[in-house]
Ligand binder design. Structure first.
Ligand SMILES: O=P(O)(O)O[C@H]1O[C@H](CO)[C@@H](O)[C@H]1O
Ligand SMILES: O=c1cc[nH]c(=O)[nH]1
Length: 325
């Protein structure tokens, strides 16, 4: 029998996010994206593999330089609909049928550009959105975009809220209710703050009160690495806890300020914060998790719920562009 390699338990060092960049800080003007990787400057070409774009194959400043609002969400269809919706809302010339997938050479993600708005899908979970965000943030950097704001528009499970409520995230927290994201880098745990932009969130709440057509609240969003056991669901293929255990965890979450649960907000907040990008998370709740686990609401109702974050964001964008007061 061959001997097994020793497992080095003591290599799990936790490092706060400030120290990891101190030696390599790359400075930019205040309104630019802070890509914090000195190696990028030494590369002749940067291939954004999962987006099917690159610095040598595409003129990124020409294609994307005017972008001000970057909107991400899990589903490719939702992000296409959002692009078509925002095209109509901004009253842009041309037909919505001409809006095509910029990443059509790959089926990993879909991307649509409509005037100053970029709409991109990210799939489900932190690993999927994290890969997309690395390439998206580099894209915005290579394109020399200024004053970009990033939004995640998604769906979630509500905690003590009526289905259909829109939650603007105050703090993105992990499953222990901590406002942090843990990234393992070279065998060490790096802890990054998930801080979102308070000003953008306040503006979104102001927009919701102006629209006044669906309930909107501000609250903490819990990000999990799983839809079933990770979110305390009793209806997965595996479940080792009781209904009372589930409700106790949800009550703890509620008491700590959590109002909804989804699967990307912490890494989204962490990466945007580390790169100096203003960011916000807007998710509609599909159900109240105190009442159940299965999403049994009719499809047309779910469709309308999914449009709510889009309607709120469209109002925000139109106000920022001075199209409405
Ligand atoms: O509606 P989207 O953006 O896909 O996000 C939510 O829905 C998925 C689970 O159904 C998870 O990715 C969760 O974060
Ligand atoms: O309960 C839900 C609903 C949507 N997305 C989630 O992650 N959880």
């Amino acid at each position: 029998m061959t001997a097994m390699a020793p497992i080095l338990l003591n290599n799990m060092v936790t490092v706060p996010d400030q120290s990891e960049y101190s030696k390599h800080e790359v400075f930019h003007t205040a309104d630019q994206v802070h890509v914090k990787n000195p190696h990028l400057d030494t590369m002749e070409e940067d291939i954004l593999y999962h987006l099917n774009l690159g610095t040598k194959t595409h003129n990124l400043p020409e294609m994307f330089g005017e972008i001000k609002f970057v909107c991400v969400g899990g589903s490719a269809n939702r992000m296409k609909s959002f692009a078509q919706f925002i095209h109509q809302e901004l009253d842009l010339p041309g037909s919505i049928d001409d809006i095509t997938d910029i990443c059509e050479g790959t089926d990993r993600y879909s991307m649509y550009k409509v005037g100053p708005v970029l709409s991109i899908s990210h799939g489900m979970g932190c690993p999927s959105i994290s890969i997309m965000l690395h390439e998206l943030i580099k894209l915005v950097h290579h394109a020399r975009c200024h004053n970009v704001v990033l939004f995640r528009i998604g769906t979630s499970g509500g905690v003590g809220l009526a289905p259909g409520t829109v939650v603007v995230t105050d703090k993105a927290v992990d499953c222990f209710f901590r406002p942090q994201f843990e990234q393992v880098v070279l065998g060490k745990v790096i802890i990054r703050s998930t801080e979102l932009d308070v000003g953008v969130s306040k503006e979104l709440l102001q927009c919701s009160s102006e629209l006044n057509n669906f309930p909107t609240v501000i609250g903490n969003t819990m990000c999990t690495h799983d839809f079933y056991e990770g979110q305390g669901r009793l209806d997965g293929a595996l479940c080792s806890f009781s209904t009372e255990d589930k409700l106790e965890y949800l009550r703890k979450a509620y008491n700590s300020g959590v109002r909804n649960i989804e699967m990307e907000s912490t890494v989204f907040g962490a990466m945007c914060h580390a790169c100096g990008i203003k960011a916000a998370v807007i998710c509609v709740t599909l159900l109240n998790r105190f009442d159940g686990d299965q999403i049994s609401t009719p499809h047309d109702v779910l469709e309308e719920y999914q449009q709510r974050p889009q309607v709120l964001l469209a109002h925000f964008i139109k106000k920022r562009l001075g199209l409405i007061t």
